[in-house]
Design a binder for this molecule. Sequence first.
Ligand SMILES: [Fe+2]
Ligand SMILES: [Fe+2]
Length: 166
Amino acid sequence: MEGMTENEPKEIVFPWTDAFLLGLPQMDETHREFVDLVNRLLTVDDKDFASCLDRFAEHTEQHFEEEREWMESTAFPPRECHIGEHQAVLKSVHEVQEYLRQGGDVDNGRRLARELTNWFPGHADYMDAALAQWISKQRTGGAPVVIRRGVQSSSRIPGEGQEGQP
Ligand SMILES: [Fe+2]
Ligand SMILES: [Fe+2]
């Protein structure tokens, strides 16, 4: 996050709120960055908008790719729908990048940023939250077995009454 603090946004019009926290630190960190970049899109000077959008596009490609990998590797059931929503957002972002490259009006680019402020809370609350829960369930449902075994073999707590222990 070092790069994020070198130039503070002019003002906060799309603030981070802990209501966006989903309990998966890596995802939450990515979402903080997403919110920060959308805020920048809404507040940067016109002359910096296109480069800010390029940075946002780069973040978003990685953000969505990260989630796609999690969904594929854990066989998340509604992944097609979630991936489809990501693709629709990226398509709009790429279209606006191209539009600006051809000398398009920054005001139309800002419209995309405003739409993102409407899109993100619902997406996070519904699709990303479901994914975060799914991953947490997989991690806590699978990993603790290994941890518990390690604990039992190395330091058995006296009087804990482990069933099946010799
Ligand atoms: Fe996300
Ligand atoms: Fe997502």
